[in-house]
Design a protein. Sequence first.
Length: 450
Amino acid sequence: MEDADLDPHIQVLSILMNIFTGSFSPGIVIGILIMLLLLAVSAAISGSEIAFFSLGPAQLQDLRSDNSQSSRDIRLLLETPKRLLATILIANNFVNVAIILISSFIMNSLFNFGNSPVLGFIIQVIVVTALILLFGEIMPKIYATQYPMKMARSMASPLKFMKNFFAPLSYLLVKSTNIIDKRIERKGHEITMDDLSEALDITTSGSSTPDDERKILKGIVKFGDIAVREIMTARIDVTAVDEKTTFDRILEIILEAGYSRVPVYRESFDSVTGILYIKDLLPNLNKQSEFKWQDLQRPAFFVPENKRISDLLHEFQTRKIHMAIVVDEYGGTSGLVTMEDILEEIVGEINDEFDSEADNIHFLRIDENTYIFEGKTLLNDFCKVLGIEDRIFSEAKGDSDTLAGLMLELAGKIPEKNESLQFENFTFLAETVDKRRIKKVKVIFDNNNS
């Protein structure tokens, strides 16, 4: 019987038998064991890449509240995601190269491919590559997609070690990618909030879109770019009560203020202890003056001044609260912000049946171009009154968020009474001033040059 008449499988088996050397030395056995071990390491490293970068917000929140060693390691690794990814890629490539070298040594020791170079290529390259892809990439990544937290916890400690071990290489890799990122950023065109706002003006001008709807659309465009300090109620305007206040006096303050929630502090407003909900007082209105109303306080929620209101709105929804205490970088209380303050940035002023028109007016209009504003007026509100974009003052205002703060930035000092400052097509005049602050500002706005 000729070779052409043989079954293809028998032909392949015959070729393998001819090139097989049969030298199963202890070194070959050790090499096979090491290759299998490295394949398992490659699988673990590849799976960790998916696990770490697919953790959802809820899982990340669980990690923040968990103080176990694995949770701390995961949080530490995720603080520098580029370094983590570089470490995973470097380690995985080292392991895969080692697998290829050891597999090549094993194949050359077991087989003689001198007369069958094509078969040698198939076994040494294609078969080994398929093994690495299947067992070192695809299967572990599928597993990590299903159980990201489990995989992340199991690999947190090894990756922490690898991050330190490969630190010089990962540092060079991250730095090189940063250079590429910067060049791409220069070539690319970034769409800013101002671009979107201008595009909205162009698309809605001359159209049948109502003014109210246009304002809401512009509010949505700017929504993610507004910080809490730009909309908060400053501490000097906040109604708050000392925890030592008597129950009778508390009721008087509440009736005067008309608010549904009041912050409670200890000794000073920088030490807020909680929030008093007026609805919690209703069942106790007939109690004596000695009634311990302090027990009705609910925990206060604190946020930094620079927090974006889009993030704060999400936290309000998650925590099911409507008020937060705003604190500065030193931990002092700057003011408070409410759900209503946030929503007003989209839909405009929200008035209920108890609000009077005067409650929302912090300015006096003298004529078409002249106004008198309170110095504490937020620049955000000032721009709304004049119907201008707040980006006009973005460079001049520095860290200030009020009209008085803008004047202090422009003057570099507390201006004298009736001292005027010119900025573009605005003239700011210090209408009422004391030794510490600007109380009222006269604004002359030449809208013909705007």
